[in-house]
Design a protein around this ligand. Structure first.
Ligand SMILES: C[S@@+](CC[C@H](N)C(=O)[O-])C[C@H]1O[C@@H](n2cnc3c(N)ncnc32)[C@H](O)[C@@H]1O
Length: 233
């Protein structure tokens, strides 16, 4: 039985098949901020089962996923066994800010999608930003997405339901929310919550690290209150 977010992602869970609806919404919008090219090298931090790799592997030069979940990395490796430009690296679950798996490499595009809310505190997130700036190539863009910047689980749920209705996915989203209510996800969330970092705190962290960052104007994930931070190197 999972008690922390770190355990939760190591086990089979309700998100295994359901992340794709949110991901499709994101994929339709991300290229307004992140232009792709056949030579670009991409780093996907918290890559999960490999949604970004599935969508982009034949549109970029190389794509590297980093995740604490061995299980998701195995799923990703199996799907991409015949794609020599796709890599999944295991992050140590007890040392997930140790990016030695990609040390010495530089990336043109860095994506962190629906991950930061599972970190333990803001100091860890500041270290994540510092890690990103170490692996960013000159001119790189990083997009940190689906950020929870204010309290409001109910508002979050209503927002995702409203948007799903407009996308024609209301029933499947309702089913997912219902399943989540009676799953380990609910228990782990009750115990650990999500990490919430207000917009101003994000901007202060970026200022301390001398990063050129701004929040994007339009929501690019299904949960419309969630924000996305774009960093230009
Ligand atoms: C909601 S899923 C999102 C997966 C993927 N980014 C997507 O949007 O399809 C969260 C992912 O973050 C990973 N994760 C959670 N905490 C992490 C951490 N501290 N470092 C790296 N990955 C983490 C989980 O294992 C899981 O794969």
């Amino acid at each position: 039985m999972s008690t922390t977010w770190l355990d939760f992602w190591q086990n089979k869970n309700e998100f295994d098949n359901s992340m794709s609806a949110n991901y499709a919404y994101f994929l339709d919008r991300v290229e307004m901020y992140i232009p792709l090219s056949k030579t670009a090298t991409v780093l996907d931090i918290g890559s999960g089962p490999g949604n970004l790799e599935d969508a982009w592997h034949n549109r970029v030069g190389e794509i590297h996923g980093l995740d604490i979940s061995r299980r998701y990395n195995e799923i990703g490796r199996a799907k991409h066994a015949h794609h020599p430009n796709v890599f999944f690296h295991d992050l140590p679950a007890d040392d997930y800010l140790n990016f030695s798996a990609v040390a010495g490499q530089r990336f043109d595009i860095i994506i962190v999608m629906s991950v930061v809310q599972y970190y333990r505190n803001a100091a860890e997130v500041e270290q994540l930003l510092a890690n990103i700036s170490q692996v960013a190539a000159p001119g790189a863009k990083a997009l940190i997405c689906d950020l929870i910047v204010e309290e409001g689980v109910l508002k979050d749920m209503l927002s995702i339901l409203g948007r799903s209705l407009r996308q024609g996915q209301f029933l499947s989203m309702l089913r997912l929310l219902f399943r989540l209510r009676f799953s380990a996800y609910y228990t782990v969330r009750q115990k650990n919550g999500f990490l919430i970092i207000p917009r101003q705190e994000w901007l202060s962290m970026c200022k301390r690290l001398n990063l050129n960052a701004r929040f994007v104007d339009e929501p690019i994930t299904l949960q419309q209150e969630r924000q996305s931070l774009l960093i230009q190197f």
